[in-house]
Design a protein around this ligand. Structure first.
Ligand SMILES: *Cc1c(COP(=O)(O)O)cnc(C)c1O
Ligand SMILES: [Zn+2]
Length: 403
């Protein structure tokens, strides 16, 4: 394998790449791979090449096993002319991550992590999650034939168990502090040789870079003005920023977009620190939002997300559950069905337009991170409208439906 190393995102201490090590032993902050500054896109037929093959020069792999892939990435960037005129922006585009193999962007980081596990000869993987990441790791672990451990909290609702269990991982309900489970799993995993692909481990962040790469390619290497990312642990936001940074360094795009970290008001630790000028995040007490996928009260990459947003003059914003549900309905009217967390960017854009932060000449990309069918319980909060009639009444109902 080519010599790569992992750097601490805070104290810059260096660690070897060929081992399982997500965080700095010195300061506890996340590690990351050095930025790629000389690379080109491996342009080939996207019907036959995989996402990692296309961007292989931006990844630290000597070779890529296409059989590990389930067809992640290469998701549409759908333009919404109607909504852009409603909101009063020049262009509005949805990066529709619901079209990934397990219906969320998590598959991008999972494939990168599994490829790394295979490269360092590790055949046991795991994760701590009750949602999209658990499903993704269970599916890709099954595909790779790796022994897979999914740790969930003991209080996980039954409806969330079966989409994970169907892939037949070791599914372990842990009774204890769920926040602590992230750090404990990483520690135990390093000792036992189980590669925990948790939310913001270095390779997961690398996987998320491809969202930025694809957005650039889909816009013919034009840079959008804003990219809005619903943020919890911070891994996806970091990856998207790193992707744009690397395309700038490689001379593929001229500048960075403005990155917006969007959170739910009921759980907004990064927004809270950003808006009060603090250097580090504080744990949110009693978090509560309908957007469960972004309900992490103490995000492991919160401090690094904060540093990167400040470095690039990005923005943070928090939106209410009502605004989120409204955005979910609005997007669905464009044919895009995101889960509540995935509707947060559109709710954020509406607020940023109202405040005048985003101006009417802007091109905006909302990252729709995961599919609405993943979380049907949230639909109970949505008004459902139907019409009833007899067969005899049908002609008149069809001739003049209710508005
Ligand atoms: C995981 C997830 C997020 C948050 O990503 P982080 O990397 O944890 O910040 C947002 N939306 C959906 C649908 C997710 O599954
Ligand atoms: Zn450090």
């Amino acid at each position: 394998m080519i010599q790569h190393s992992l750097l601490c995102t805070s104290c810059r201490r260096e660690y070897p790449f060929g081992e399982i090590r997500p965080r700095c032993q010195q300061c506890g902050e996340p590690l990351e791979l050095q930025k790629v500054s000389h690379a080109t896109i491996n342009v080939a037929d996207s019907l036959t090449q995989t996402m990692l093959e296309r961007y292989s020069a931006f990844f630290p792999f000597a070779s890529i096993d296409p059989l590990l892939s389930l067809g992640e990435g290469f998701t549409p960037l759908s333009e919404s002319p109607r909504l852009s005129s409603d909101l009063g922006v020049r262009r509005l585009l949805f990066k529709n991550e619901t079209l990934n193999p397990t219906w969320s962007f998590k598959d991008r980081g999972t494939i990168a992590g599994i490829q790394h596990a295979a490269a360092i000869g590790c055949s046991r993987i795991g994760t701590v999650s009750t949602g999209n990441m658990a499903v993704s790791v269970a599916a890709y672990g099954a595909r790779a034939g790796m022994e897979t451990f999914v740790l969930v909290s003991d209080s996980i609702p039954e409806e969330k168990i079966s989409p994970i269990a169907i892939h037949q991982p070791h599914l372990i309900r842990v009774n204890g502090d769920y926040g602590n489970l992230y750090f404990e799993s990483v520690r135990i995993g390093t000792d036992l040789g189980i590669y925990f692909l948790n939310s913001d481990v270095p390779l997961r962040v690398e996987g998320s870079k491809t969202i930025a790469f694809e957005i650039c390619e889909q816009l013919q290497l034009q840079v959008p003005d804003y990219v809005i990312v619903p943020t919890s642990a911070g891994g996806n936001l970091r990856g998207i920023i790193k992707g744009f940074e690397e395309f700038v360094l490689c001379g593929l795009i001229p500048r960075m977009p403005t990155i917006v970290c969007a959170q739910a008001s009921g759980c907004a630790p990064i927004f809270n620190a950003w808006s009060t000028g603090k250097d580090s995040i504080e744990r949110v007490q009693a978090p509560h939002t309908i957007a469960h996928a972004i309900e992490n009260p103490f995000p492991p990459s919160g401090n690094q997300a904060l540093r990167k947003i400040r470095e690039h003059d990005g923005l943070c914003i928090a939106v209410s559950d009502d605004a989120i549900l409204q955005a979910q309905r609005t997007m669905a009217r464009e044919g895009i069905f995101g889960q509540p967390a995935a509707a947060v960017p559109l709710a954020a854009l509406r607020q940023l337009r109202k405040e005048g932060t985003v101006t009417e000449d802007a091109t905006v990309v909302c990252v729709v991170t995961g599919c609405g069918l993943k979380y049907t319980a949230a639909l109970r909060e949505q008004p459902i409208s139907t019409t009833h009639c007899t067969l005899e009444q049908l002609p008149s109902v069809l001739a003049s439906p209710r508005a």
